[in-house]
Structure formats: structure tokens, C-alpha cells
Write a protein that binds this ligand. Structure first.
Ligand SMILES: O=P(O)(O)OC[C@H]1O[C@H](O[C@H]2O[C@H](CO)[C@@H](O)[C@H](O)[C@H]2O)[C@H](O)[C@@H](O)[C@@H]1O
Length: 350
């Protein structure tokens, strides 16, 4: 069983069957040791037919990279459910060291941004990498490369500031909503505290109300409470995520805009040789998938272990497949003709 899994994972990551190189096998062995890989589990028939429409990005890897030859790949990654598995306690959603190493490796060769619903500080604390860009609050809090481009949202939110020390720019299109967000947080915490298992997470420019650990009988009451608070704040709305209600200011800015913003600041928005790869698992990632689809070039990849309605073109079953994909992507780039890193090519420090 072990040997078969190793062979399967090696194949997924593009290693030769006959490879006995200990170093190459190491990450594979540790993946298997740390978590049960989806590759060892049979996939249900519905999933298999869904895969026809959304082929596995590992199986399609060679074909995808053939089309990517000569293009500038830019990598966008969601955090929860993509880089880290979904767990009951949001504070414990750590990513593995293997995943961190894979993201670090990818970011050596391609500009890489993490776009999360979490606060930017929180996701940075989880990821702990200095060679990636971060966007928190579903893209409403972006720390981007230092390009002098000002992107406006409805011509209203030109809030770029220069962080001289880090030499990066901060873009926060929902800054004016901060006082209201603080008020909503306080009220929600008071109300929600009474419901067992519910919790409120401060994501800076948005708020998450978690109900993963709330009994089914209390979920309706929780929803009513959240709605009753929002009645007093018409400039906010809520959306559903994975066992979470996400309260956000109603501005026209989402993960899709964040992708466009990063491409702009990287000076790539008008290039036709740019190929964004976006990997995400949740509804909010669909906005980014749509942007990539609209551009007509790039790979929107959904992480899902069950069939779901999505704008993504490719799929990965779970974070362990994300890990295999990232390792393979870095390995593909490393072995292609030029071994210059993204930092060398783009003139940035990694
Ligand atoms: O955009 P993301 O990085 O995917 O963030 C979306 C939400 O993710 C987190 O919640 C989800 O993951 C938790 C940990 O696995 C899980 O307990 C929860 O049920 C999921 O909804 C995060 O806590 C939220 O604030 C994010 O909005």
C-alpha cells in the first residue's frame, strides 16, 4: 500500500517511476506520514463525472505547462481549505512545513500572492514567508509590490500609501468602514457569545461568524441574530462560506479585483503573455476564477473533494493535491531551460 501510494504521488508530481533518489522521495514520504492522501481513497462516481468538466490539474499538468511555455506565470493562492485543511477551530488552521516549503519554492520562480478572507496579519502569521505578497479581508487589504499605479474602485477609494520601510504599497479600499466594523464586532460578540460553539473572528475589513461547532438546532437563531445586527448597518451585507457567515462592507471589491490589482502593480495587466494560476476552494474564490476566465488566459483551479458549481477550469481534490501541484510547478520551472529565479528575472529581492 505504502509503495503504491509513493509511486502514485511520484507520478502525480512528475517523478520518474524508476527514481530512487532519496531526496526526491522525502517530501512524498512525509506527506503520506502526516496525512492520509486523497490519492489513496477511491473517488465517488459523481466526482469522477464532474472531473470530466473540471479535470484534475495534476493529471493535466503537462498539457497546462505546454500551453504556459514562454508566458509569465503569476501564482495566486487562497489560504483556508487550500494551503491548510479545514479544521474545527479557525485559530488552529496551521499549514504544514511541507506546504510552506512548497509555496516558498514556487515563489522563488513566480510572483506569488496569498489572497485570504482572514486579516492580512493573521494569514501572514500562518504562512510565515517573506517572498510572497499578502492580501487579507477577501482582497480589501493588499500589501503589493512597489509600483506607482493607483487603482481606483468607482473612482472613490484611491487609498494607496507607500510603506517606505518595507518598500511595498498598502491598498485598503474599505478603510472608511473600520469604525463601523468595530461597532458591529462588539455587538456581534455580545449576541453570539450566548450561542454555544459560535465564534466571531475579526478579519479587519470583514468579520466571520463561525458556526462549525454550533448545534444544528441553534444555527437558525444565530443567523437571525447576525441579520438583526446588520439591519442597523445597511452599508454591509453577509455572504455564506464554509460553515461561516462573512460580513463585509458593500463595496465593489473582491478577490477578483485583488487579482487584477496585483497584476496591475506587477505591470502585467495589459500583457498578453501573462498566465495567472489561481487555486482556491470557497465561494469568494469564484470572483477570482471569473476574472481569470474573462482575461481568456490562465488557470483557475478549484480545490474540492465533491462536485460543485464553479467557474474554475481545473480541480484539485484537497490540500495534499495542492501541495503536489505546487511542488511539481516549482520543479517544472527549475528544470526548464532558464534556472533564473523570479527575483533575478524581475529584479526583486526574494
Ligand atoms: O479566503 P480563505 O483564506 O479561504 O478564508 C475564508 C475563511 O476561512 C476560515 O474559515 C474556514 O476555515 C476554518 C479553519 O479551517 C474553519 O473552521 C471554518 O469553518 C471555515 O469557514 C477563516 O476562519 C475565516 O475567517 C475566513 O473568512
Amino acid at each position: 500500500m505504502w509503495k503504491r501510494n509513493i509511486a502514485k504521488l511520484n507520478q502525480a508530481m512528475g517523478f520518474q517511476r524508476s527514481s530512487t533518489n532519496k531526496q526526491k522521495l522525502q517530501p512524498v514520504i512525509s506527506i503520506i506520514a502526516t496525512k492520509a492522501s486523497s490519492l489513496s481513497q477511491p473517488k465517488d462516481p459523481n466526482y469522477n463525472s464532474w472531473l470530466v468538466e473540471h479535470p484534475c490539474a495534476l493529471d493535466s499538468f503537462d498539457q497546462m505547462m505546454k500551453a504556459a511555455k514562454g508566458k509569465k506565470i503569476v501564482v495566486f493562492l487562497d489560504y483556508d481549505g487550500t494551503l491548510s485543511p479545514i479544521v474545527d477551530n479557525p485559530d488552529l488552521a496551521f499549514m504544514s512545513d511541507e506546504m510552506r516549503a512548497a509555496v516558498r519554492e514556487v515563489a522563488k520562480y513566480f510572483p506569488t500572492a496569498i489572497i485570504s478572507g482572514r486579516s492580512r496579519d493573521k494569514v501572514k502569521e500562518f504562512v510565515q514567508l517573506s517572498n510572497v505578497y499578502y492580501a487579507g479581508s477577501h482582497g480589501m487589504d493588499i500589501m503589493a509590490p512597489p509600483r506607482p499605479v493607483i487603482k481606483s474602485c468607482d473612482g472613490k477609494y484611491n487609498t494607496i500609501t507607500l510603506d517606505k520601510k518595507r518598500n511595498e504599497v498598502l491598498f485598503q479600499p474599505a478603510k472608511e468602514f473600520l469604525p463601523a466594523i468595530q461597532k458591529i464586532l462588539t455587538t456581534l460578540k455580545e449576541k453570539v457569545m450566548k450561542i454555544q460553539g459560535a465564534s466571531v473572528e475579526d478579519n479587519k475589513f470583514c468579520i466571520s461568524v463561525h458556526f462549525r461547532q454550533v448545534g444544528e438546532e441553534d444555527c437558525g437563531i444565530l443567523e437571525e441574530k447576525v441579520k438583526s445586527v446588520l439591519e442597523h448597518y445597511p452599508e454591509f451585507h453577509f455572504t455564506w462560506g464554509k460553515k461561516v457567515m462573512e460580513i463585509r462592507p458593500s463595496i465593489e471589491w473582491d478577490k477578483g479585483h485583488a487579482v487584477e490589482y496585483f497584476l496591475d502593480t506587477l505591470g502585467l495587466s495589459n500583457s498578453n503573455d501573462v498566465l495567472p494560476v489561481y487555486i482556491g476552494d470557497d465561494r469568494t474564490d469564484e470572483d477570482a476564477f471569473m476574472v481569470i476566465k474573462r482575461r481568456g488566459e490562465g488557470y483557475p483551479i478549484i480545490v474540492s473533494s465533491s462536485p460543485k458549481d464553479t467557474k474554475a477550469s481545473f480541480s484539485l481534490h484537497d490540500p495534499s493535491e495542492v501541495l503536489a501541484f505546487l511542488l511539481r510547478l516549482a520543479r517544472w520551472r527549475k528544470s526548464s531551460s532558464s534556472s533564473r529565479s523570479f527575483a533575478q528575472i524581475w529584479g526583486v529581492t526574494d
